[in-house]
Write a protein that binds this ligand. Structure first.
Ligand SMILES: [Zn+2]
Length: 850
């Protein structure tokens, strides 16, 4: 049985909607299985369109009645929407529909989570609420009235009237339907307020379920810091009387920037020292900032169509990265971001799912909320800023806000403000948006008569649908060190535009050691013949923190890959270099923790594959364990002292400094556990008064195949806390020994608390396994089978999360023929499932390729 080929949508086919909207009134009469939605929409012909075809999107709706200018009509209704004859003049469309939030398990549109009503409309969820032109370029002012028995009834904009069983909200800012939101529940508020730059008083609330009130203070602080930062750095003020955040347990994404009413996955907003780790706190701060920043980059200026998704997401990710850099350590933030970029985006860009930052076509837009659109989209903004300079960047952004406020814009509009500000021609730079694939940058060098010449050659491998690529503009930040370790040339920005290009540095006394691609100035793969002695030199002397870390990372990767290809052992060059960094008290503990961390198994697998080898997941696992044990043995005299030195006195604080100390302490504990059988970890677990240290200790024990007792104690302590229990599920599947991982996961899916319809729990459990490379790629195919079984089951309930999770198979071509055959069989089995969703069909088809 095969599925009907889903229809593709193309960027080139864009046409404006034939009508404009002068106002929308919505009336919700809430009931779990029979919510009535009345709509009244004022349309008028769009002078920019020559069509008068009236089609409104609508899915899973029961149409009760429809009227045009007060007269009942009988429109033509299909699974996708409604068509009607309309006058060639302004008219009023009214409809009454019935929907069933309680049975909506896809979590798109209006649905229920833990007894409360909530919505998710991006990208195309509004069409599951009522008939409407559900596209981002149709912007309108909404008036919403909600009738329900819940104590809290919320929508976008400002509250205008509230009473027993009803509330009315008016949003004065025109917006597309994907930014619509509604929440109704018996919730409690964590209230606060903020005074904007111009003296406007804004009421702030974080709404949560009763019992979670104690987990809101940090999120509220993060919101206020974000509001201040956006005023100071981008000159952007908030524009409503009220800003609400609501925490929801069942949510496909991290959070959603609905105008004035952000809806958050509870894991991305709730935090207390006892229940959230340092990493959770940092992520929450970043996501709250991200969603808040969308108020200008996304809401006030939105996207013309979904192909322009990177216009709002790339820019807003870049802005939240800048914010976190300012709140915490710029160096550590950059390294963290590059680790994520390489793990997610480079993997995507080098596999069957590679697509341009602005795709040319899609079947299901939900499948394009990807690392490429978000993270590479943000890298493009960073490159643009490096190329034009900070001052011009600021001027261009001011122009962008001034020129496009209230509009649905395109990438062309975005680049035009930079061209108009600087006079530069950005047509070649625009290739970053249209060409997929990660460029390889080969470097060669020469030194003669005091002149050092760096020659770069760029090449981007073919990607699906794009066999040939043109050379891109690549900003390459370079500094030079002399053999004593002193910097003889400060960082300069080389601008590469040709396929091959040389740059000269004259007046040098000796051949310098280059530090190339400082601060990771472009999302490329640098290929340069070098020695481990030079890597150790840069790790010791580079003034650029990113490249300093990068040198250590390259040294570790070279060691591990050579262990796997030439059976070599862990050399003293790596061990001595790591030891020096670890003992250097002048370095930030968070930075030292990053240097101590080993590259991921996935990173090693991709590196081996790129070098023409077939990676063996279980051998990679063994090699990583061997290096960790070598670190532990080599550093054993210093580990206990550093562990003690990193102790933080006083009450827990999630700030960067104490968090950095705990990060280094945790990295040290992981090594110590390999020597002391877990004694120190057991002590830390018993004494921990915060989740960071409790979880670190438990992870250390599981990594050495101990900790059964602690696992049981942890479950007993936290069985009533949903978010902490996600960690409990995840840790076991992610850290299980390769031969036990599938069995452990299978057992956990039978646990009473495994609620598979909850995306957080599903991702924590199955995602832990797929991230456990040697376990997931078990040679008998049991890992693939288990994951495929669950994806088939989940697809019927929640296509969006299923499609996203199916990307765990995207690296299948890396592996040996047996594994490839096993994976292909599972992918084919998924594809043959009757009634498989459009989301999953598209994703699995792309992963399989030709
Ligand atoms: Zn976003």
């Amino acid at each position: 049985m095969t599925n009907e080929a889903p229809q593709k949508i193309y960027l080139a086919d864009y046409k404006p909607f034939p009508f404009l909207i002068d106002g929308v009134e919505l009336n919700f009469d809430l009931a779990p299985r029979a919510t009535r939605v009345k709509s009244k929409i004022n349309f008028r012909p769009n002078p920019d369109s020559d069509s008068r075809e009236f089609f409104l999107h609508g899915e899973n709706l029961k149409l009760i009645s429809a009227k045009i200018d007060g007269k009942e009509i009988s429109p033509e209704v299909t699974d996708l929407g409604l068509t009607a004859d309309v006058p060639d003049a302004p008219f009023v469309f009214e409809a009454v529909v019935e929907i069933s939030p309680e049975t909506n398990t896809a979590l798109e549109g209006l649905y229920m989570s833990g007894g409360m009503y909530c919505t998710q409309c991006e990208a195309e969820g509004f069409r599951k609420i009522t008939y409407y032109p559900d596209r981002p370029d149709v912007m309108a002012k909404f008036k919403v009235r909600i009738q329900g028995s819940e104590s809290v009834l919320l929508s976008n904009g400002n509250p205008v009237e509230q009473g027993e069983g009803f509330a009315e909200w008016h949003d004065p800012w025109p917006k597309p339907a994907y930014l619509f939101a509604l929440v109704a529940g018996n919730l409690v508020a964590h209230p606060d307020s903020f005074t904007t730059n111009s003296g406007k008083e804004v009421e702030l609330n974080i709404y949560v379920r009763p019992g979670d009130e104690g987990k809101c203070a940090f999120g509220m602080g993060a919101l206020k810091r974000s509001m201040t930062w956006d005023e100071e750095v981008y000159g952007r003020e908030y524009d409503l009387d009220i800003f609400n955040i609501v925490a929801v347990d069942d949510f496909n994404m991290g959070a959603m920037e609905n105008k004035g009413l952000n809806i958050f996955n509870s894991s991305c907003v709730l935090a207390s020292p006892e229940t959230a780790t340092d990493a959770n706190f940092e992520r929450i701060e970043g996501i709250i900032a991200h969603e808040y920043f969308h108020n200008w980059t996304g809401n006030r200026i939105t996207c013309r169509d979904w192909f322009q998704l990177c216009l709002k997401e790339g820019l807003t990710v870049f802005r939240d990265q800048q914010f976190t850099s300012d709140m915490r350590s710029r160096a550590v933030k950059r390294i963290d971001d590059v680790i994520t970029l390489r793990a997610r985006q480079f993997r995507e860009d080098n596999g069957p799912l590679a697509h341009p930052v602005r795709p040319e076509s899609f079947v299901e837009i939900n499948n394009f909320y990807t690392a490429t659109v978000y993270d590479k989209g943000a890298e493009i903004i960073g490159m643009l800023k490096r190329l034009v300079g900070d001052e011009n960047y600021k001027r261009a952004l001011d122009l962008y806000f001034e020129r496009h406020d209230g509009e649905a814009a395109t990438i062309e509009d975005w680049l035009k403000v930079f061209e108009d500000t600087t006079g530069r021609d950005l047509s070649q730079f625009a290739l970053w948006y249209s060409q997929a694939g990660t460029p390889r940058l080969k470097v060669s060098e020469a030194f003669e008569d005091g002149t050092y010449i760096l020659t770069f050659k760029q090449e981007t491998p073919p990607t699906p649908g794009q066999p040939e690529k043109d050379p891109r503009v690549i900003p390459i930040a370079v500094g030079l060190l002399n053999p004593n370790g002193d910097e003889v040339r400060e960082t300069c920005m080389l601008e590469m535009t040709e396929e091959e290009q040389s740059f000269r540095f004259s007046g040098l006394a000796a051949k310098p050691i280059p530090s190339i691609l400082r601060e990771f100035s472009a999302p490329v793969i640098l290929e340069r013949e070098t020695t481990n002695a030079e890597r150790a030199f840069l790790l010791a002397h580079d003034t650029d923190p990113f490249n300093k870390w990068e040198a250590g990372r390259a040294l570790a990767k070279d060691t591990i890959t050579r262990m796997l290809t030439d059976d070599s052992t862990v050399g003293s060059d790596l061990l001595d270099a790591i030891s020096k960094v670890l003992r250097d008290d002048s370095l930030d503990p968070a930075f030292r923790a990053l240097v101590l961390a080993l590259p991921s198994a996935d990173d090693i697998a991709q590196t081996l594959f790129d070098a023409g080898h077939t990676p063996d997941p279980s051998r990679i696992h063994t090699a990583l364990e061997t290096v960790a044990l070598s670190y532990a043995t080599h550093l054993q005299d210093v580990l206990p002292k550093i562990y003690a030195d990193m102790h933080v006195d006083g009450p827990y604080s999630p700030d960067a400094e104490p968090a950095g100390k705990r990060a280094l302490q945790g990295a040290v504990l992981s090594l110590l556990s390999r020597l002391d059988g877990g004694n120190q970890a057991r002590a830390q677990f018993a004494a921990a008064d915060n989740m960071t240290q409790q979880l670190q200790a438990l992870a250390c024990l599981l990594r050495i195949d101990r900790g059964r007792e602690q696992l049981a104690a942890f479950e007993e302590q936290w069985k009533d806390d949903r978010l902490v229990m996600d960690k409990w599920f995840n840790l076991q599947t992610a850290l299980a020994a390769p031969e036990a991982a599938v069995q452990t996961t299978e057992a956990l899916t039978k646990h009473a608390a495994f609620d598979w319809k909850n995306p957080n729990r599903f991702r924590a459990t199955l995602g832990g396994l797929t991230g456990n490379m040697a376990g997931f790629h078990s040679p008998d195919g049991s890992g693939y089978r288990l994951v495929a079984d669950w994806l088939i089951k989940l697809d019927a309930a929640n296509p969006q999360t299923t499609a996203r999770m199916s990307t765990c198979f995207d690296s299948w071509r890396r592996y040996d023929a047996d594994r490839q055959a096993l994976i292909k069989a599972e992918l084919s089995r998924i594809l043959a499932t009757p009634k498989l969703s459009r989301d999953t069909t598209e994703m699995v088809t792309r992963i399989l390729g030709d």
